[in-house]
Ligand binder design. Structure first.
Ligand code: F6R
Length: 264
């Protein structure tokens, strides 16, 4: 795992440099194909998406052929709701980065029954497989350690499925809605096992509210009580943090030395 701690305004450009580096490697690979980017929503990656939009605008990268795959979707929001993750990805990624809507895969949270939602979740997994898997998955982290909407207690090998949101998550996300009660109670989320299959994982976190979860994810035990600790199991993870989010880490000095050298 590579842990990069930087200033609050450097998180997005640093993360963008990681994405551009991995895209460059893909473009140079013998098995070259269009990249598949896994896309988190929430506030953490917005600066990164703006940095990538700037890279597209000045010709440093072309994402017109890329595919975007959402991490999750709320259950039960009407089609076109501004806070549905499909709407957000079309707005924040599709339009800014030049990825057409028909290249954005989002789990379908419109089903009325568990069976319909599970069918949609299975179809989403098949779609990821048909694309050849996710090359780089962008992630945020919940203050309770959730990854995607895999709340504490989620199976480490879980696949895309319906998950109930914890009250903590609904409280945190109430800022995007008219209040707590307006936040959906359920989501369809990539499972932790699904996330682990992406070739590279890139986690962004800023602010002191994330410090405890980040410390548990990066340096705590691998446990479903902190779903993001599953990152420790993956061979290619980059974590980009500001000072506040990194405040609970014990091994900061080592991470800084390692970042300056050759190792991961
Ligand atoms: C978003 C997602 C969530 C968020 C997390 C952090 O698609 O799956 O795991 O990444 O809740 O949210 P922010 O970035 O808003 O603090």
């Amino acid at each position: 795992m590579e842990v990069i701690v930087t200033g609050p305004h450097e998180v997005a450009p640093t993360a963008a440099a990681v994405v551009l580096d991995r895209l460059g490697r893909l473009a140079r690979a013998a098995t070259r194909r269009e990249p598949v980017l896994g896309l988190a929503t929430g506030s953490s990656p917005l600066g990164l998406y703006r940095e990538l939009a700037a890279a597209v605008a000045d010709g440093r990268v072309d994402l017109a052929g890329a595919h975007g795959v959402a991490l999750d979707e709320y259950v039960g929001l009407p089609q076109g709701h501004p806070q549905s993750y499909r709407s957000i990805l079309v707005r924040e990624v599709g339009e800014r980065l030049g990825v057409p809507p028909d290249r954005l895969e989002v789990p379908d949270g419109s089903g009325d029954t568990l069976e319909e939602l599970e069918t949609a979740a299975a179809a989403f997994e098949r779609r990821i497989a048909a694309l050849g898997g996710i090359d780089l998955q962008i992630l945020g982290i919940g203050a309770n350690g959730h990854l995607g909407f895999n709340e504490p207690g989620s199976a480490l090998a879980s696949r895309t499925r319906v998950k109930r949101l914890s009250d903590r998550t609904r409280e945190d996300n109430a800022r995007f809605f008219s209040g707590f009660d307006a936040v959906p109670t359920h989501s369809v989320t990539q499972g932790l096992g699904t996330i682990l299959e992406a070739r590279t994982l890139l986690l962004l976190a800023t602010g002191e509210a994330k410090a405890r979860a980040v410390a548990a994810a990066v340096e705590g035990p691998l446990t479903s009580s902190c779903p993001a600790s599953v990152l420790q199991w993956h061979p290619d993870v980059v974590v980009v943090l500001d000072e506040a989010a990194a405040a609970g880490l014990r091994n900061r000095e080592y991470y800084a030395e390692a970042a300056a050298g050759l190792s991961r």
